[in-house]
Design a protein around this ligand. Structure first.
Ligand code: TPP
Ligand code: SF4
Length: 277
């Protein structure tokens, strides 16, 4: 990593805990580049996470960071943003952390359109606890808790978050880092709840059980099973079926951001009180 980007890292916390081939470092690297492009300042940026391999990412970032409890990163982040709406607040979360135990916080943060950027590191598995299936594990995939294949259907988390009210929704993969950097940059610059699903890889607990033994196998899988939104928009639905669509999926600049609305209400109540109304 070039010297000017190293300033964003807590180099003294290296080496990191991630396995060789883990995709989470690629997502973190993309985030750092996006932060640099947007020009976020360390002193007014807070990065919050829950628990998981992905949730260890803020520990390597030289920002104000909060490593909280499993699934509750968005709840803590909401408190931080409420306390000081001038702060840039970023949540880093795993697919288990964000879509299972933390799913309700995600839905309601999206509904409020609070200005928090959430990056969901989707490695399709609970990595830290050795490979249980999550709500984002593909149907039929093998996991410690689905030794004969996962009977459940996964969430399309981007559809869910968009339906809940998020005003910026995008999906990228560790195979396409240029796109990932661009989409995270857009998300950070967006005023409202912004969400990026970052397809990542866990060769250790997902790949090994699912005939995708190495990081390269999983990234090749990403290449073969994804399609850009631009290409998908030009094709009939049946040709896109089964593919994961990457790119900016939704953007709405017109909906009011929650803390702005809240601060407006507080100010108007204060004014009324001053006038003794
Ligand atoms: C309340 C609570 N429940 C369960 C756990 C155990 N736990 C720790 S990490 C984790 C799963 C992490 O998976 P994910 O969020 O997908 O992130 P990854 O490790 O794959 O990056 C679980 C279940 C916990 N720490 N706290
Ligand atoms: S267990 Fe999986 S998610 Fe966790 S560090 Fe290893 S490769 Fe990454």
């Amino acid at each position: 990593m070039s010297t000017h980007l190293r300033k964003y890292l807590r180099v003294d916390k290296m080496p990191h805990i991630w396995c060789p081939g883990c995709g989470h470092g690629i997502v973190l690297n993309s985030l750092i580049r996006a932060i640099d492009q947007v020009g976020l300042k360390k002193e007014n940026t807070v990065v919050v996470s829950g628990i998981g391999c992905s949730s260890r990412a803020p520990g390597y970032l030289d920002f104000n960071t909060l490593h909280t409890t499993h699934g509750r990163a968005i709840a803590f982040a909401t408190g931080v943003k409420h306390a000081n709406s001038d702060l840039n607040v970023i949540v880093l979360s795993g697919d288990g952390d964000c879509s299972a135990i933390g799913g309700n916080h995600l839905i309601h943060a999206a509904r409020r359109n609070i200005n928090i950027t959430t990056i969901l590191f989707n490695n399709n598995i609970y990595g830290m606890t050795s490979g249980q299936y999550s709500p984002m594990t593909p149907q039929d995939a093998l996991a410690t808790t689905s030794p004969y294949g996962n009977a459940e259907q996964p969430f399309d988390i981007c559809d869910l978050v968009r339906a809940a009210g998020s005003t910026y929704v995008a999906r990228a993969s560790t195979y396409g880092t240029k796109q990932m950097i661009q989409l995270i940059t857009n998300a950070l610059a967006h005023d409202g709840f912004s969400f990026v699903e970052a397809l990542s890889q866990c060769p250790t607990y997902y790949g090994r059980r699912n005939k995708l033994r190495t990081a390269i196998d999983i990234m090749n899988w990403q290449k073969e099973n994804t399609i850009s939104k631009k290409a998908a928009d030009k094709l009939p639905e049946e040709k896109v079926a089964g593919k994961i669509v990457l790119g900016e999926l939704y953007r709405n600049e017109d909906k009011m951001e929650y803390t702005k609305k809240y601060d407006e209400m507080v100010n108007s109540v204060k004014e009324r009180e001053l006038k003794n109304e």
